[in-house]
Write a new protein. Structure first.
Length: 207
C-alpha cells in the first residue's frame, strides 16, 4: 500500500513539473513582441511587403514599357514572386502553428523547430542560386531582344558577351552568398537558434 502511494506521489510530482514547464514555454511563445517566433513572423511580413512592392513595380514596368520577347523578364520575375509567396504562406503557417497554446507545445515544437531550420537552409540555398540564374537569364534576354543591344549587335558578338557576363556573375555570387547568409541569419536564423535553445533547456529541466 505504501509503495502504491509513493508511486502516485512521484507521478503527481512529475506531472506538475511537466505542466509548469509547458506553461513557462507557452508564456515565452505568446509574448507578442519579444518571443523568437513573434520576431520571425514580423520579419517575414515586412519582407513579404518589400517583395510585393518591388516585384510588382518591376513587373508593371516591363509589361508597360516593353513587348515581345523582352516580356520574358516580367514573366521571370512574376514566377519568382509567386514561388516566394508559396514559401511565405507555408513558413507563416508553420510559425503560426508554433504559437498554438492548445497543442502539445514541447513535443510538437521540437519537430517544428527542425522543420523551420530546414526552411531557413532552403531559403539560403535557393536565394544564393537564384542570383546567378537571374543574372545570366536576364543578361541573355537583354542581349538578344533589347532594342538598344540589337542596334549594337554588329560590334558585339554573343559568346564574348556571355563569357564576360559569366565571369562577372561568378565574381558577384561569392559576396552575394555571404550577404545572403548574414541576411537570413539576421531575420530568421538567430531567432530559430534561440527558440531551439529554449526548447532544449525546458527538456533538460524535465529530465
Amino acid at each position: 500500500m505504501e509503495l502504491d502511494q509513493l508511486k502516485e506521489m512521484w507521478s503527481d510530482v512529475g506531472q506538475s513539473k511537466t505542466s509548469t514547464s509547458e506553461q513557462e514555454l507557452q508564456t515565452i511563445l505568446q509574448k507578442k513582441s519579444k518571443s523568437p517566433i513573434a520576431k520571425m513572423k514580423r520579419n517575414l511580413f515586412i519582407e513579404m511587403l518589400i517583395v510585393v512592392v518591388l516585384y510588382s513595380s518591376s513587373i508593371l514596368h516591363y509589361f508597360i514599357k516593353f513587348k515581345g520577347a523582352m516580356l520574358s523578364l516580367a514573366w521571370l520575375m512574376l514566377i519568382s514572386g509567386l514561388l516566394y509567396m508559396i514559401y511565405y504562406v507555408r513558413k507563416r503557417k508553420l510559425l503560426h502553428e508554433m504559437e498554438c497554446v492548445t497543442c502539445e507545445v514541447r513535443s510538437n515544437l521540437q519537430l517544428q523547430v527542425r522543420t523551420l531550420q530546414k526552411y531557413i537552409r532552403f531559403y539560403l540555398v535557393v536565394g544564393t542560386l537564384l542570383f546567378p540564374f537571374i543574372m545570366l537569364t536576364s543578361g541573355v534576354i537583354i542581349f538578344l531582344y533589347d532594342p538598344k543591344m540589337q542596334a549594337n549587335s554588329a560590334s558585339v558578338s554573343f559568346w564574348p558577351f556571355f563569357l564576360g557576363l559569366l565571369v562577372i556573375t561568378a565574381i558577384l555570387t561569392i559576396p552575394m552568398y555571404f550577404l545572403n547568409k548574414w541576411y537570413v541569419r539576421k531575420l530568421y536564423g538567430q531567432h530559430a537558434e534561440k527558440l531551439k535553445q529554449i526548447v532544449n533547456e525546458m527538456s533538460e529541466e524535465e529530465d
